[in-house]
Write a protein that binds this ligand. Structure first.
Ligand code: FMN
Length: 323
């Protein structure tokens, strides 16, 4: 039996040896927020994937909200990542870095001196998070971002994308899913702003679009993808009545930028609400670039969805964690 999943394909200018994507998986092994030899070995051992997308990696000290997640905003981090990308390339793999700014899903005890917990609005995420210093702690109330904070954050994504090129990455994935900073702007549970960054759909997608625009200007559209999670409930996000419309409008803007791919999260296999097949089909039809399916896949379901043209590549998450 032939398997479409195992056939080679092109992603923009990149040749991939198969359509298997290693989904971004936070592993919390970056002591001091630096990529290290253990991480290089871990990714090298997974270079059989057509494309690896790294664990969420912060473009800013302000986005290092979890303990021991890596950053990509200074020279030492670039050197650490260079070792990872060299190892993966030597093993015949391809690798994108996922840029994840944690926004309000952060705790000061996890962050370097001088960093701030900031978000579109001063609304704390429900629940608790791990800190190495004090164990589980409630999410703190973030500071509402000023215009200057927003401009700085956008510039940080673009600067980090440039560093990603120096570090040898094949591209970057902007993490606009799962309740982190970009999603915090998209979602009314975390964005209660009354200015041009909140309220209407046009205003709530503005941060995502401006981050994408700045990143594309920095490294080229053929190297930039975006991960989205319509109807996601992780990190205190709440679906609203305008959600389909919001994502379709976002897709129109990403089309105008010629973005390389969208990567659509569906965490129903992990107990979250399902993303309706109708919305997935609409996103697929509307987006001009490539489409990465993800969530609860095995080979049979991946082949079925690829053969039905529901996507171009399939991401697997938890299966890559098993050793
Ligand atoms: C341990 C773990 C860490 C994760 N870290 C990230 C992350 O850093 N960024 C992200 O976008 N998704 C993250 N996810 C979600 C996965 O990328 C994926 O969407 C999810 O596991 C569902 O796919 P699966 O059913 O194939 O596991 C994580 C999931 C797990 C289990």
């Amino acid at each position: 039996m032939s398997s479409t999943l195992f056939t080679p394909t092109q992603l923009g200018g990149l040749s991939l040896k198969n359509r298997i994507v290693m989904a971004p998986l936070t592993r919390s092994r970056a002591i001091g927020n630096l990529p290290n030899a253990l991480m290089a070995q871990y990714y090298r051992l997974r270079a059989d994937a057509g494309l690896i997308i790294t664990e969420g990696t912060s473009p800013s000290p302000n986005g290092l909200g979890y303990a021991r997640i890596p950053g990509l905003f200074d020279k030492a981090q670039v050197r650490g990542w260079r070792r990872v990308t060299d190892d993966v390339h030597q093993a015949g793999g391809r690798i994108f870095v996922q840029l994840m700014h944690t926004g309000r899903v952060s705790h000061p005890a996890n962050m370097p001196a001088g960093a701030s917990v900031m978000a579109p609005s001063a609304v704390a995420a429900q629940g608790e998070m791990w800190t190495d210093a004090d164990g589980m702690q409630p999410h703190p109330a973030p500071r509402e971002m000023s215009e200057a904070d927003i401009a700085q954050a956008i510039a940080e994504y673009a600067a980090s994308a440039k560093l990603a090129m120096q570090a040898g990455f094949d591209g970057v994935e902007l993490h606009a899913a799962n309740g982190y900073l970009i999603d915090q702007f998209l979602n009314t549970a975390s964005n209660q702003r009354k200015d041009r960054w909140g309220g209407s759909i046009e205003n709530r997608i503005r941060f995502a679009v401006e981050v994408a625009e700045a990143t594309v200007a920095a490294i080229g559209a053929e190297r930039v993808g975006m991960r989205i999670s319509p109807y996601g409930v992780f990190n205190g996000q709440v679906p609203d009545a305008e959600m389909d419309e919001l994502y379709l409008r976002l897709i129109d803007e990403l089309n105008a930028l010629d973005l390389l791919y969208i990567h659509v999260v569906d965490h129903s296999a992990m107990g979250a609400p399902e993303v309706s097949p109708a919305l997935k089909a609409k996103l697929r039809a509307r987006f001009k670039g490539q489409y990465i399916l993800s969530g609860g896949y095995d080979v049979a379901r991946a082949d079925a969805d690829l053969d039905a043209q529901r996507g171009d590549l399939v991401a697997f998450g938890r299966l890559w964690v098993a050793n």
